[in-house]
Ligand binder design. Structure first.
Ligand SMILES: Nc1ncnc2c1ncn2[C@@H]1O[C@H](COP(=O)(O)OP(=O)(O)O)[C@@H](O)[C@H]1O
Ligand SMILES: [Mg+2]
Length: 212
């Protein structure tokens, strides 16, 4: 792509979150929320600028080093679950541990219990409802006890009540386990429960509310 076709998505963003904090990012569709989350989580690299995660400068690391950092510190919940269809619920949840040589069936059972899915652990994604699939996705994001949990519109494809249950689980992990929580959401009830709410508009991030 030539320089004349470059599109600036994020512009002059400065954001600091402390360990155990929770924050919401809101903004119109296409405003760059997913892009920002991907950068903060080390899934993408910025064209310019610095990103520090768990004391490490992400923008200076290569893909392999970023993957290692993600595997140890980051959990990511995608809007559309992103479960592997050929694996059962428990196999999906076990994956992050297996990929880092930390096989731990007891831990897998524990997180499935936390999200209330012990009885469905042998089921495949297609046999589960949207809310159940999102709970599996949350268990998978949390199984390796990440310090930071990112959730991109985690309730976006769920009905209101099911969304409330997922929201409750996210805040429980933040409150009880000190996991830093950063979520992108269109759900104002979820956003308003956060200590800080940021609005992304025109590539810039504005503080909408802060209880810090
Ligand atoms: N891989 C990509 N290549 C080019 N443009 C992209 C890519 N991903 C997203 N974009 C563009 O970046 C902008 C922000 O997208 P996104 O971060 O997905 O917004 P949001 O999550 O707020 O809806 C949009 O204009 C989108 O078209
Ligand atoms: Mg998005």
């Amino acid at each position: 792509m030539g320089p004349e076709e470059e599109i600036k998505i994020l512009d002059d963003i400065c954001l600091t979150l402390g360990e155990g904090d929770n924050a919401a990012i809101v903004g119109a569709s296409g405003s760059g929320k997913t892009t920002l989350l991907g950068l903060l989580a080390g899934l993408d690299l910025p064209t310019r600028g610095q990103i520090t995660l768990a004391g490490q400068r992400l923008d200076t690391l290569d893909e392999e080093a970023r993957a290692g950092l993600r595997a140890h510190h980051v959990g990511f919940v995608f809007q559309n679950f992103h479960l592997l269809p050929s694996l059962t619920a428990e196999e999906n949840v076990a994956l992050p541990l297996e990929l880092t040589g930390r096989d731990d069936p007891a831990r897998v059972r524990e997180v499935l219990e936390m999200v209330g899915l012990s009885k469905r652990r042998r089921h495949y994604p297609r046999q589960l409802s949207g809310g159940e699939q999102q709970r599996v996705a949350l268990a998978r994001a949390y199984v390796s006890r990440p310090r930071i949990l990112f959730a991109d519109e985690p309730t976006g494809s769920l009905d209101h009540n099911t969304g409330q249950i997922i929201g409750e689980l996210l805040f429980e992990l933040n409150r009880n386990n000190g996991t830093t929580l950063i979520l992108v959401t269109h759900d104002s009830s979820l956003a308003h429960r956060c200590q800080q709410v940021f609005h992304l508009d025109g590539g810039r991030l504005h503080v909408m509310a802060s209880a810090l």
